[in-house]
Design a protein around this ligand. Structure first.
Ligand SMILES: [Zn+2]
Length: 301
C-alpha cells in the first residue's frame, strides 16, 4: 500500500513538472523576438524618413513603439502589404492607422496629420497611407510606429521592437537615428529610399518620366538612368529622398556623361564604356585616378 502511494506521489510530481514546462513555454512564445519567423527579421522597409528620437521599451517599458521625428506632411507608407483594420481619430494616438499583414504582423502609425486610407482597404508595401503630424497626445511632429506579432490589444502584450523587423540595408532605410540615440548617429544612416521604377516614357526634349513602383529606390532609379540622386531631387523639387508608389519623376539622362556611383573605380567605368583609363582621364582632364561619388564624367566627345 505504501509503495502504491509512493508511486502516485511520484506521478503527481512528474505531472506538475511537465505542466510547468508548458506554462513556461507559452509565456516565452508571446514575448521573445527570436520566436519570430526568420523571414520577418529585418525584412521590411521603413515607414517614413526622419530621425529616430525614441526607441522601443523606454519610459519604464511603457513605450511600445519607436518615434521618428519628421516635418509635418512627410509621407508615411505601409511597411508591408496588408489590410487597414482601423483608421480613426483617437485621443491618445491622434489620427491613427492600423494595418494587419498576412505574415502575422500588425503595424500602427500614430499622430498622423492626415489619414489617406479607409478601413478594410487593401494597401501595398510602400503605399502612401498618411502624413506625419502631431495629433493626439504628442508634443511635436513625429510618427509613433508600433509593430505587434499578433493582434494589437490594449495591454500591447504582442508588441515587439520595430527595429527587429525593419531592414538595416541602406537601400531600405527610411529613417536615421538622431544624435541623441543610444545607438549613435552613424547607425542606420539613411542613404536612399525604397520604391521602384518601371514605366518610363520619353519627351521630345529628352526628358523621361519614370513612374515609381514598389521595390525600388531613388538611388536605383538614378543608377538605371545614369543620373545622380541629387539631380533627381533637384529636378523634382524633392526636399528629401522619399518617393512613393505611382509618383512620377522627371529625369534628364545624358548619354555623354557618367555619374560616379558609390564604390566605383575609374577602371570599372573605363571598362563599362570600352575606354582606356588614359582616354577617360584625358576627356575629363583628370590628373590622377581619384574620383568621388556623384562626380559627373564625360564619356563621349
Ligand atoms: Zn512614441
Amino acid at each position: 500500500m505504501i509503495d502504491f502511494i509512493k508511486r502516485i506521489c511520484i506521478a503527481l510530481v512528474l505531472a506538475l513538472f511537465i505542466g510547468m514546462l508548458f506554462v513556461g513555454t507559452s509565456y516565452t512564445f508571446a514575448h521573445e523576438d527570436e520566436k519570430l519567423p526568420e523571414e520577418l527579421v529585418e525584412a521590411h522597409i521603413w515607414p517614413t524618413v526622419g530621425d529616430v528620437t525614441d526607441t522601443y521599451g523606454t519610459r519604464n517599458g511603457k513605450h511600445y513603439g519607436i518615434d521618428i521625428a519628421a516635418e509635418e506632411g512627410t509621407p508615411v507608407i505601409s511597411i508591408e502589404t496588408g489590410v487597414v483594420t482601423r483608421s480613426y481619430y483617437s485621443d491618445t494616438y491622434g489620427h491613427v492607422i492600423f494595418v494587419e499583414h498576412e505574415n502575422g504582423l500588425e503595424t500602427v502609425y500614430a499622430h498622423l496629420n492626415e489619414r489617406l486610407v479607409d478601413e478594410l482597404e487593401v494597401v501595398d508595401e510602400g503605399q502612401l497611407i498618411g502624413t506625419v503630424g502631431t495629433t493626439g497626445e504628442s508634443s511635436g511632429n513625429h510618427l509613433h510606429f508600433e509593430v505587434h506579432y499578433g493582434n494589437w490589444n490594449i495591454e500591447k502584450s504582442e508588441s515587439i521592437d520595430p527595429f527587429v523587423v525593419l531592414s538595416t540595408e541602406p537601400e531600405y532605410m527610411y529613417a536615421a537615428l538622431g544624435e541623441e540615440s543610444p545607438y549613435g548617429s552613424d547607425w542606420r544612416t539613411r542613404d536612399s529610399i525604397t520604391v521602384s521604377s518601371n514605366d518610363k516614357h520619353r519627351n521630345s526634349d529628352g526628358m523621361i518620366v519614370v513612374t515609381v513602383n514598389r521595390g525600388d529606390t531613388i538611388s536605383k532609379i538614378a543608377y538605371e538612368n545614369n543620373v545622380s540622386v541629387e539631380e533627381v531631387m533637384n529636378w523634382n523639387l524633392l526636399e528629401n529622398d522619399v518617393i512613393y508608389h505611382d509618383q512620377e519623376l522627371k529625369l534628364y539622362p545624358n548619354k555623354d556623361r557618367h555619374v560616379v556611383k558609390k564604390g566605383e573605380t575609374l577602371t570599372a567605368i573605363a571598362d563599362k564604356y570600352q575606354l582606356s583609363i588614359e582616354g577617360l582621364q584625358e576627356l575629363n582632364k583628370l590628373q590622377s585616378d581619384l574620383i568621388t561619388t556623384g562626380q559627373s564624367l564625360v564619356i563621349n566627345k
